[in-house]
Write a protein that binds this ligand. Sequence first.
Ligand code: ZN
Length: 387
Amino acid sequence: MSVQRIGSNEMLRRLVGFDTVSRNSNLAAIEFIRDYLDGYGIASRLSFDDAGRKANLFATIGPGDQPGIVLSGHSDVVPVDDQDWTSDPFALRETDGRLYGRGSADMKGFIATALALAPDFKDRVNRTPIHIAISYDEEVGCIGVSRLIDQIGMAEARPIACVVGEPTRMSPVIGQKGLHVFRCHAHGREAHSSRTPHGVNAVEAAAELIARIKAISRRIRAEGPFDSGFEPPYTTVHCGTIHGGAAQNIVPASCNFTYEIRNLPGHDPAPLVAEIERHAREHIEPEMHAVDPKAGFTFEPRNGLPAYEIAEDHPAVTLVKGALGANAVGKVSYMTEAGLFGRAGIPTVICGPGDIAQAHKPDEFIEMSEIARCETFLLRLAELVRA
Ligand SMILES: [Zn+2]
């Protein structure tokens, strides 16, 4: 059987053509990838979400019982709703050396390159396998990859390195901040607004706590801790949504808001989480309880993703730098799956084609030169692990 090779740009065109916005099934894309790899005799394992609508794919090229290298990317993309696109976001368009389409930079460009090179990997591997890991539901909280990592954990050999191909303009990234999101519900008691002492105003209670969260964020900005590798170089705290109140003449009984902590590696978010809750309990709730003992705050953690850092002289970093011919390393403040691979004990470097500035935007694009640099990197990586 002779198989027609598919180049990286053509593979990207095919992947962009699957509308894998996180709310949709990704199975058509995953089945296409599985069948494509199968055409080269490369076996894939799929792991599904509870509803069976989405799947991760984990393919192994070479001996699966040996420690290998993982090339990792997420299949899902962010929505295009209310975005002004020049052309169909799910039909890859080439203009002036750029490839436009949803997910071209974040991060089907990397996946497409790894897949296009799968036959080359197959020719090169001997003792060290190369795995291609493709997850679902990254953009909505890195949900799918946990199952995928469990699957890797079951393998006989823990990988020696993982490359998460988020767009870094092909420079190696060795640290990312953590992300911890919380939802807070302030419950008060309704009253006519002419009788405010008989009510407990949930909007005002929430506002007092949000003011405290803002004060904490100012304090960290002034006092640190700091890591100049990150921009901004400190942990950030921020409220993103608030909903409360029904009418101007009713003391509102309910207010919900969400906030997040993006912590530096080594800056434990737990004391900040506790400080916010303690402030509510000690400084805001007593006045609420004086009117209604049932009034107060509830806190609900939404998702937590660990910060991640790997030593600059770790062998996995040395390997990636060697394949790139690069010396400088960086750190990023956005979220990737690296924290979850790291927590599973898999040394991970973030490095991929394209620019994060393009991610999630209308007319998202990747430069074809970035795809070409990624090809060179992955082929060199395969040569290095073979040696
Ligand atoms: Zn991404």
